[in-house]
Design a protein around this ligand. Structure first.
Ligand code: NAD
Ligand code: MG
Length: 350
């Protein structure tokens, strides 16, 4: 079955006439949603903890900022862009008691609704607009007149108008310039977790660091190993992004292609491991493990962060990255005040 995809012509911004949208959080996604919607003519208020260092930052960008309860109380649409592990607590304490009758709840990831950590009453529309890119790119593309594609879903539709609202939101975000693919909260949540833990992060990150170990333990220079198992990855990914795996293969030598086709590293056993990981996502045990640990103050998460904070690749990484003139250090963006290491603590590939 072909996916349903919506574009600019399929949505109407007049849905927002007389309506106010509260954006909770001003991190990676929050700043992009608030600024893009505001620039699309939507009446936006940002909800933050009064102590948050983002308060001044959002105000400097011309946005109205209030506490979370105040922002929610005046909103017709509440987009929750807080870290997944804190959403349920903020929802219980600050959102639910202040929500206007019939106000819509929106998310950029299905985690809390799908696993039941947030259970809105049936009279509230619930929808998702999940950008397939980090917030800073969502903002950058909008400003350049383009958009980052999104996936969209409706979980509760008490008034029969939730899809119109959902698509209007996607349009105001600039996403319909690229396209919105219809999904469900279940599909988005499960595939998103699978992608990040088994391919994009849990797959690639470990594969690169392990490749580096194998070469250096065999006596090769770490600088050379870094180039061979890590640096060139970006160039291949860029080509694959432009034209698929075949374009990346086409650009490589026949020797490289033959090695690719005959490699035994990723095999049926790997597929079985992936299926096992997927089961843990589908039956909720991954979510429970993560959320239980977070509720206990995240001891396991913090231990893992510490354990993985010195990838072997990084013994030579900084020195080699400095050789590339187009690489002027860690990405400096809206939240550049924060240290790069601090960002890793909440890095998410979505
Ligand atoms: P983030 O960590 O960058 O920002 C979170 C914001 O919430 C910060 O402004 C923080 O100060 C604020 N915050 C934290 N706790 C709070 C509290 N108790 N009360 C009020 N504010 C609080 O998060 P993010 O990466 O933008 O993720 C937000 C949502 O977007 C998540 O559901 C995530 O899954 C989803 N998402 C993220 C990306 C991405 O690339 N970052 C992509 C698509 C979807
Ligand atoms: Mg993802």
């Amino acid at each position: 079955m072909a996916a349903t995809i919506w574009y600019e012509k399929d949505a109407d911004l007049s849905v927002f006439n007389g309506k106010k949208v509260a954006i909770l959080g001003y991190g990676s996604q929050g700043h992009a949603h608030a600024l893009n919607l505001r620039d699309s003519g939507v009446d936006v208020v940002v909800g933050l903890r009064p102590t948050s260092k983002s308060v001044e930052f959002a105000k400097e960008q011309g946005l109205e900022v209030k506490s979370v309860p105040e922002a929610v109380a005046e909103a017709d649409v509440v987009m929750i862009l807080l870290p997944d592990q804190y959403q349920a607590k903020v929802y219980k304490e600050d959102v639910e008691p202040n929500l206007k009758p019939g106000a819509a709840l929106a998310f950029a990831h299905g985690f809390n609704i799908h696993y039941g950590y947030i259970k809105p009453s049936a009279d509230h529309p619930v929808f998702m607009v999940a950008p397939k890119g980090p917030g800073h790119i969502v903002r950058r593309e909008y400003a350049a007149g383009r958009g980052v594609p999104v996936v969209v879903a409706v979980e509760q539709d008490p008034d029969g108008k939730t899809w119109d609202l959902c698509l209007a939101y996607a349009k105001a975000l600039g996403a319909l310039r690229a396209g919105a693919i219809k999904t469900t909260f279940t599909e988005e949540t499960e595939t998103d977790l699978f992608g990040e833990q088994d391919v994009l992060m849990g797959g690639i990150n470990h594969l690169c660091d392990m490749g580096f170990d194998v070469l250096t333990e065999a006596g090769y220079q770490p600088e050379i190993a870094y180039f061979e198992v890590f640096h060139e990855l970006k160039m291949l990914v860029d080509l694959a992004n432009e034209g698929g795996l075949n374009k990346a293969r086409w650009s490589c030598s026949d020797t490289a292609q033959y090695g690719d086709y005959t490699s035994t590293v990723i095999n049926e056993e790997t597929k079985k491991r992936m299926e096992y990981q997927l089961k843990r996502i589908q039956d909720g045990s991954f979510a429970k493990e993560f959320m239980d640990d977070q509720a206990a103050g995240a001891p396991k998460f913090k231990k893992l962060q510490e354990e993985f904070s010195h990838p072997h690749l990084e013994t030579v990484g900084p020195k080699l990255r400095a050789m590339f003139s187009w690489n002027n250090g860690p990405v400096k963006d809206a939240d550049e005040a924060e240290s790069f290491t601090g960002k890793i603590a909440r890095a998410q590939v979505q």
